[in-house]
Design a protein around this ligand. Structure first.
Ligand code: G6P
Length: 609
């Protein structure tokens, strides 16, 4: 997997595809390549490493249309020139780029080898090129050959195919891995992510699973694997191209951290109901009677989505008094979970494409459960698979690591908690208190962002350590988990989060002057207990950086360094406390000279298992 871009039309496709691939760099990748059809010949160029390395190898005269390109994030076979996409058939007449995983790739490879086909890569994807080429003579058309080939494949694919013998078209197919078509004036585009298209067109068509499309300069035709035509009208993509630009910021991560006040305003916009001190969430598809019937809530997500779920579980349980738990979607989907009709399932995903989260949603739905999505990307696969939900409206997030979408997920979950709470036992006074706290969030986040210089100074110092602990209790613990995750992801400093009281049950053995602790300390009912944990750390001479509120001299004295953030409602404090942790990770990564927006080995949206 990672990124696909394709072009067919009158223009030269090579620069368009290369520019599109650059737009998808943010998703993380380790090799790149392209295939272009010109004067009935197919030319393929690919290289391990960055797109720049590929560009350096391209002949100046390379031109043509159609053209398809790919950035690969290795799953089967190391990053290398041979394993990079596109992959060709034996005769070098057709080329494919593929996102997803061919689950029966090993069997298909063995079968092809037994029939004398020489496989040139270690990938599961290459089999697709050979299967299509073998189907082509009897299939009669490239699209029919693609249909026949993908029928033999178990697994997921977002697939684009070009052939020197069909030089007017790109054939694309989708099963479980996103494919979006861009409709231009006498030209067509294809990509795995609208980010690669928005500079050329705002008119897009999202393919569904089991659909294939034929793109030519004259337009597109979509059909099923049984060759039944499907009726797909273009939608407006709804994102301005500038939203994908870095602007004056050094990195997308910093841009996205800085955008949080406006992003939170967008999550809140039009959703606060001051008359009944509740929230209005148009996409929930939940009647008050349904809300009353909920006995438990289960939140599913991966990575930062899971940590946001842990934080949201606290919030939901506190405000609704409904038992609420979060679980990694990847675990949930494989443990044959019991699905009950009175449990509300919530799937969290920034991209709306994370494969494990999608599979968990499908598992719940298959067993008759009801799932709400908290999703950023409108129209994404998970959003479409859910029964209803809340869009974050955070705007595009380009940096691999989630920042503004983490914050906006918490805000969306707060809106949901308030909604459910007000249908049930939460009184109007609490409703008012929370709405006021929500409205104050953008300004409070702005205040935290205003302290960036001091955070940078602390980060420069703390980035000299090789290991760090993060601690928190109750609502502070998920914030500590996400803080540790951010630091690991972008600075590569080894960081582990613990519930503060658990420190003494094991990890305290590692606390020393060489291992600092970042303590997330909201002023809640557990503050006195957290003070004891700090004492234990101090007794072992462990440096402590406290992230807390002003006004507790005792706490300030126990920390070597303190960052104060404004107080929100106690239920929403983790939202504000999370922001300095994002900046800390960012500034530590900058101090260490890391590739902030594309951390090694990570991808923005993991569309494979
Ligand atoms: C990847 C990213 C993480 C992200 C996770 C879930 O692993 O590197 O930053 O939290 O996917 O992504 P989602 O789009 O489902 O929120």
């Amino acid at each position: 997997m990672c990124g696909i871009v394709g072009y067919v039309g009158r223009r030269d496709g090579v620069p368009i595809v290369l520019e599109g691939l650059h737009r998808l760099e943010y998703r993380g990748y380790d090799s790149a390549g392209l295939a272009v059809v010109g004067r009935s010949a197919l030319k393929v160029h690919k290289a391990a490493g960055k797109i720049r390395a590929l560009e350096a190898t391209l002949p100046k005269r390379l031109k043509g249309s159609p053209c398809i390109g790919h950035t690969r994030w290795a799953t089967h076979g190391e990053p290398s020139d041979d394993n990079a996409h596109p992959h060709c058939d034996a005769g070098g007449r057709l080329a494919i780029v593929h996102n997803g995983i061919v689950d029966n790739g090993a069997e298909l490879r063995a079968e092809l080898s037994a029939r004398g086909v020489e496989l040139r890569s270690e990938t599961d994807s290459e089999v697709l090129a050979h299967l299509i080429a073998q189907a082509l003579p009897s299939a009669g058309s490239l699209e029919q050959a693609v249909r026949e080939a993908v029928r033999r494949v178990a697994g997921t694919y977002g697939l684009s195919v070009v052939s020197a013998d069909h030089p007017d078209r790109i054939v694309v197919a989708r099963n479980g891995s996103p494919v979006v078509l861009g409709v231009g004036e006498r030209e067509m585009f294809v990509a795995s992510d609208a980010a690669a298209l928005v500079r050329h067109t705002q008119q897009v068509v999202y393919l569904d699973d089991g659909e294939i499309a034929v793109l030519t300069a004259d337009g597109y035709e979509t059909s099923t694997l049984d060759a039944e035509p499907t009726d797909k009208r273009p939608d407006r993509v709804g994102v301005v191209p500038e939203a994908y630009d870095k602007g004056e910021h050094a990195h997308y991560m910093l841009k996205e951290i800085s955008e949080q006040p406006e992003a939170v305003e967008r999550t809140l916009r039009g959703r606060l109901d001051r008359r009944f001190e509740t929230t209005h969430l148009g996409g929930l598809n939940l009647e008050p009677r349904d809300v009353l019937a909920i006995r438990r809530i289960k939140i599913l997500g991966c990575g930062s989505g899971y940590y946001a779920g842990l934080s949201g579980a606290h919030l939901l349980e506190t405000l609704t008094r409904i038992p609420t738990h979060a679980e990694p979607a990847s675990e949930f989907r494989y443990r044959n979970p019991v699905i009950e009709p009175d449990v509300l399932y919530i799937a969290i995903s920034q991209s709306g494409e994370t494969f494990d989260t999608l599979a968990a949603v499908q598992e719940v739905k298959r067993k008759g459960g009801r799932v709400l999505g908290v999703i950023n990307v409108v129209g994404s696969t998970i959003a479409r698979a859910c029964d209803g939900g809340i869009y974050m409206h955070a705007g595009p997030e380009v940096s691999v690591t989630s920042t503004k979408t983490f914050t906006c997920t918490l805000v969306a979950l707060a809106l949901l908690a308030l909604h459910i709470g007000r249908v049930r036992d939460l009184g109007p006074a609490d409703g008012r208190r929370l709405i006021e706290a929500l409205l104050a969030l953008p300004e409070q986040i702005r205040q935290v962002l205003g302290g960036r210089d001091r955070i940078a100074e602390l980060a420069a110092r703390y980035s000299q350590y090789r290991h760090a602990f993060f601690i928190g209790r109750a609502a502070g613990y998920p914030a500590a988990l996400e803080g540790a995750q951010k630091l690991k992801e972008v600075s590569y400093i080894h960081a582990e989060a613990y519930p503060a009281a658990e420190l003494k049950h094991g990890p305290l053995a590692l606390v020393s002057p060489d291992t600092p602790t970042v303590a997330v300390l909201p002023h809640d009912h557990l503050l006195d207990k957290s003070v004891s944990s700090l004492e234990e750390i101090r007794a072992r001479k462990g440096p402590v950086l406290g992230i807390t509120h002003a006004g507790d001299a005792r706490l300030d004295a126990l920390c070597d360094d303190v960052l104060h953030v404004p107080r929100s409602a106690p239920e929403l404090d983790p939202i504000v406390l999370g922001v300095p942790l994002q900046l800390l990770a960012y500034e530590a990564a900058v101090a260490l000279g890391r590739d902030v927006d594309q951390p090694r080995n990570l991808a923005k949206s993991v569309t494979v298992e």
